[in-house]
Design a protein around this ligand. Structure first.
Ligand code: ATR
Length: 273
């Protein structure tokens, strides 16, 4: 069987093996997909061993996405801009190729699964770390009207604006701190890791209006802390990142196998786990 795996540290809670085995049985593809915990100080060795043993493709998760990007001999355009990779495979000459399917994943979840219109939309993105950098390119490609990046450390948001200005087109792209944006947005995407510490970004509730859609890139069984806050302040709808998780996996699966699995039934199945 062709062998695939997700590499991270820690990795035991990863849903990727379950997602990919659901994709495989749905599409009739024969493959094996496991989870590998790489030592924090030897991600490159883990990757090398995996491919030397005939492995076909790797997903990469926290904290190795930047290392995966560095390690690759070749990067897709979207991975290049993302500065991080979540998908690795070998090209025909045995060179390591890095891709990033996270941005594609969030856009598909928003647009196809939830019917959110991005073109012309006024979007507020919270956070300016690796997770946000990974998704900005594909979001900007949908041509929002305005995209504001708010972050605790404003300099990091400024740096992302400088990096993505060349691909922003007509979108008004800007950076600020959490106190600044006051007007309601069409869409607010939380890409901070604040909720991991049970924290909330100190945002003015004025960013939420009656038609505001809120998307937390985090996923948890209960409504996330951020989404709870948004609902309390009158957001129209809140979504968590489960759909994004399944969509990014589907895009990796397509890259490796040349087949696009149906994501809807898989999202539903995971939601009921
Ligand atoms: P990731 O790969 O998850 O993006 P990261 O690069 O460490 O990880 O970025 C974490 C993001 O969450 C950053 O935007 C960080 O803000 P700073 O740039 O100011 O550090 C944000 N973040 C983390 N903890 C936070 C908290 N308690 N409140 C607000 N923002 C927080």
């Amino acid at each position: 069987n062709d062998l695939y795996a997700v590499v991270g540290n820690p990795i035991s809670h990863s849903k990727s093996p379950r997602i990919h085995s659901l994709f495989a049985s749905q599409t009739g593809e024969t493959l094996e997909y496991t989870a590998i915990q790489a030592p924090l100080d030897d991600f490159p060795g883990t990757v090398r061993q995996f491919f030397e043993r005939g492995g076909k493709g790797l997903n990469v998760t926290v904290p190795f996405k930047e290392q995966a990007w560095t390690l690759a001999q070749r990067r897709t355009d979207r991975a290049q801009k993302a500065g991080a990779a979540n998908t690795l495979y070998l090209d025909a000459d045995g060179g390591l190729v890095a891709d990033n399917t996270d941005g594609c994943g969030i856009v598909r979840d928003l647009v196809s699964n939830h019917g959110v219109r991005l073109e012309g939309a006024r979007i507020l993105v919270l956070g300016a770390g690796g997770a946000v950098r990974g998704v900005l390119g594909p979001i900007l490609a949908e041509r929002p009207g305005l995209l504001t990046i708010a972050n605790r450390t404003v300099a990091r948001a400024d740096a992302l604006v400088a990096l993505f200005a060349p691909v922003a087109g007509q979108t008004r792209l800007s950076a600020c701190g959490f106190e600044q944006p006051g007007e309601p947005f069409d869409l607010i995407i939380n890409g901070t890791s604040a909720s991991l510490q049970g924290d909330l970004p100190p945002l003015s509730p004025g960013v939420i209006g009656a038609r505001t859609v809120v998307y937390d890139m985090m996923y948890s069984l209960q409504t996330t802390t951020f989404n709870q806050w948004a609902l309390e302040h009158g957001a129209q709808t809140v979504y968590d990142g489960l759909g994004m998780l399944v969509e990014q996996a589907a895009e990796s699966f397509r890259i490796w196998r040349g087949v696009s699995p149906a994501t809807g039934p898989v999202i539903e199945e995971l939601r009921n786990d």
